[in-house]
Structure formats: C-alpha cells, structure tokens
Design a protein around this ligand. Structure first.
Ligand code: AMO
Length: 443
C-alpha cells in the first residue's frame, strides 16, 4: 500500500542554491517568461515563484532544437549546467546552460497584454481587466509580495506581544461604523449587513483573550469612485485590554510599523530593490491634536469649509508639514471631535467635545483610525441614545459592557492604503490584487 509521508521533494534546485552548484547539472521548474532569440543562441527567462532565472539555449550544449512548443507562458522542467554570469555591476549572478527542456503544459493563446517586459505599460483599467495575467509580471507580482510582508510583519509583531489571532463573522446584524456605506443583504428574508469592520467582535473578545488581532476583508459601500476607496479591503485590526491611555495603542502601532519596515528590508530585498521602495525610517512618530492641525491647515490652505474633518488636501499638507518639521513620514492626529467618531469611541473626560481617538497619516494619507472605547455599560448606552441609536438593537454587543470589560482600545489599518503610499502609487487599485469598486466586480 502507498503511504503518504508529508514530504514533497522532486529534486529541483532553487535559485538560492545555484551558488553552491556552479558547473554542476541541476533540475529546475518554472514558466517560460520570455524568449529572446539571437543569431545562434537564445535567452530563455524562466519565472519561478520569486525569481527570473536566465537560461541559455545553444545548439552547442542543448540536446533539443527550439520549436513551436517552446513558447512564453508554457510550463517547463529544465535540466542544465549552472554557470556564473558576468554582470555590469559586479554582483553575483548565475545562469543555466540548458541541456534539456520538457514542456509539461502549453498555453492555448498569447496573453492579451504584454507581460514579459520589465513592466506592464497598459492603462490601469486594462491591467485590472486582465489581472490573472498581468499579475504574472514580476513588478506587479512584487507589489503583492511586499503586501504579504506587511501582513506577515503585523502578525508576527502582535504574536510576539501576546495577541491572539481571531476571525469575526462578515455577515452581521448591524453595521459597526454607521453611515450609509454599508452593504445590505437579503438573508433568508431578513436584512443583514456585510461587516464594515470587525469592531463589535474584536471588542467582545477583549475580556476573553485580553489582546486580539484580525487580518481580513471588510466591506464598504462607497458610492464615489475615488483613488483611495475600495468597496472591499483588507483591514488589519487589533484590540487590547488594560490600557492606561489611548497612547498605548499608538505605541503598539509604532512598534508594529517599525517591525514591518525592518522585515521588508531584511526579508523582501529582491522586491524592495525591484520596485525601488523608499522604506521609511521610524524612530518615533510625532503627534498633533486635531484642533491644532486644523488651525495649521486653515492658515496655509484656502477654501477650507469643513471644520469637523480633513479633506484629502489637508491630509496631504499635514504629511508635508510632518516631513519638514520632524523629518517623519508618519503623523498621529489625536482628539478628533466626538461628533465625527463612531458610537463606541470614548470621549475625553477633560473635554467631552473631543475623543480619545487618533488617525495615523502616512505620507499625507490616512492609513489608520483608532482609539479608546467606552467600557462602562451606562456610559455606552447613554452615548448610543445621544447619537439617536436604539441600544436594544445592540443587545449582544452590549453584553461586553453589561458583564464587565476592562479599559480597552484598538485600531484598524488599511492594508491597501499602506501599500499604496509605501510604493508611491496615486491610486489604491494599483495596490489591490483584485479590486472591488463601484464599477468593478470582475475579475
Ligand atoms: P475606519 O473606518 O477609519 O475605522 O477604517 C480604518 C482604516 O481602514 C482604511 N479604509 C479604507 N481603505 C480602502 N477603502 C476604503 N473604503 C476604506 N475605508 C477605510 C483606512 C482607514 O484608516 N473600526 C475602526 C477602526 C478602529 O477604531 O479600530 C474603523 O474601521 O486605512
């Protein structure tokens, strides 16, 4: 009887091992990314999970002849000899002199967009229409490898700080963030809502695990087509109990961001170099109160009408101001107006007009909202009533407060927004694998 051992090893040599196999014959697998035929030889670039390996075909050492099956996007197994190649910058590079190639899967058609050049140059909408193909381009792919690094860093850092990873339901009895941007769903005749955030559940789990985090999709019915809003995005959330001040949350986020940036530098070097990522140096992050930030904006910018929140231009201005004043790519803005923050936010006991809340701006874009929550039952019920909400509709949420909760707070960090500004994109869709917006639900 055949037995399954949990081991898969077909004897392929990863590119990282080429340096230990110079002049030896090895076996690799991958997709033919690009073929460049010269007069008497050819370069065949093989795309593996993370690299492009340069392979050389020549009748001198190749035991086959180029033919109509050897085409871009075909999957292949290749044997060949590893040789050290010359590079202009003197860095170590290795290539493979192909002895033999076995095509194991052939494409049925030529890709609709050129993906074998250095970058995909078509319009963003064409790029997004053809995402399963355009993501194969190494630069497009690198965006999402970096994004993986951000999530991995967030997870690893919070795990090191004793947070428990959770998954909250995405089909819910109420919208957590209020407003009109909630998707309604017919649920066997009842109206339910797609989760705008894991807010109500992450709070419920504070008395259970003390510290929790979640990385998951959330849904916002954004009615406008903007360059920074998606209808589905990945929210990186955490919630922590026994805080002594809402600045504990800002400290935890600063620690996480330092860890993430360092992880990208050390373990995502190929992608960081390919995309020329300008990784921010973080020692500490400056903080400014909303009121003071607003005053700065009013002094420097014209036509500011909304005194309760920031327009994108104001955030961009504050981003530049933080860079000039503190040489910081990040800025915490604190004490937002009570009127503008959700019902669960704690008001500042010293000035109930404002809240113990914050946003984090990164290079002039809001990437995080967070703050301290109300933990007292009567206080939460009173605030709900003041905001015109019916506490009876939130009975299960209010179990948290009714049956005792420690002082706590947390935050939500938009993964695509962080990726977007880290990589210098103007549109959040560039940093979204398969974006969902008002005009797009496919692919
Ligand atoms: P908020 O609604 O401010 O707060 O969202 C937190 C962060 O999520 C990102 N974000 C978005 N990204 C892309 N498209 C959107 N439509 C979109 N909307 C928001 C932003 C934003 O800063 N429950 C609170 C967080 C908390 O207090 O814990 C919340 O969801 O980066």
């Amino acid at each position: 009887m055949e037995e399954i051992t949990g081991v898969i090893d077909y004897g392929y040599t990863p590119y990282s091992e080429f340096k230990n196999n110079v002049e030896k014959v090895v076996k690799i697998k991958g997709v033919i990314h690009n073929i460049r035929e010269m007069s008497d030889f050819a370069f065949i670039l093989i795309r593996t999970a993370r690299e492009l390996i340069q392979c050389v075909y020549s009748p001198e050492f190749s035991e086959f002849r180029l033919n109509e099956n050897i085409v871009e996007q075909a999957s292949a197994k290749i044997t060949g000899k590893v040789v050290k190649s010359e590079t202009r910058d003197g860095s170590e590079r290795y290539e493979l002199q192909i002895h033999d190639i076995e095509i194991i899967s052939s494409p049925a058609a030529i890709p609709p967009v050129v993906i074998s050049k250095k970058q995909v140059t078509c319009d963003l909408s064409v790029n997004l229409d053809n995402r399963p193909v355009t993501l194969r381009n190494p630069k497009e792919r690198a965006i999402f490898k970096i994004q993986e690094g951000i999530q991995r860093g967030f997870r690893e850092y919070l795990q090191s700080q004793n947070f428990t990873e959770i998954h909250s339901p995405k089909i819910n009895f109420a919208g957590a963030e209020g407003g009109t941007n909630v998707f309604k769903l017919d649920y066997f005749g009842k109206t339910v809502y797609l989760a705008q955030s894991p807010q109500l559940y992450k709070q419920a789990l504070v008395p259970v695990f003390e510290r929790v985090f979640e990385i998951a999709p959330v849904f916002r019915a954004e009615h406008h087509d903007t360059s920074r809003h998606l209808n589905e995005y990945i929210s990186m959330d955490f919630e922590m109990g026994f805080i002594e001040s809402f600045t504990d949350i800002m400290n935890m986020e600063t620690g996480a961001l330092k860890y993430i940036m360092n992880l990208l530098k050390t373990e995502y070097t190929p992608e960081v170099e390919l995309l020329k990522v300008d990784i921010p140096e973080i020692t500490s992050i400056p903080c400014i109160r909303f009121k003071d930030a607003k005053e700065l904006c009013v002094k420097k910018l014209k036509n500011i009408t909304d005194m309760k929140d920031f327009e994108p231009e104001e955030e961009a201005f504050l981003g530049k101001w933080a860079k000039q004043q503190f040489n910081s790519d990040f800025l915490f803005v604190t004490h937002y107006l009570s009127k503008k923050r959700p019902f669960y936010t704690m008001d500042d006991p010293e000035d109930p007009e404002v809240t113990l809340s914050f946003d984090l701006l990164f290079r002039g874009l809001e990437i995080t909202s967070g703050g301290q929550r109300i933990h007292d039952y009567n206080e939460q019920v009173a605030k709900m009533k003041k905001m015109g909400m019916n506490p009876d509709e939130f009975e299960t949420y209010l179990m948290l407060h009714k049956y005792g909760a420690p002082p706590h707070g947390g935050l939500g960090l938009g993964l695509e927004r962080l990726t977007m500004h880290l990589l210098g994109f103007k549109n959040v869709r560039n940093a979204t694998m398969f974006p969902r917006d008002i005009n797009r639900v496919s692919p």
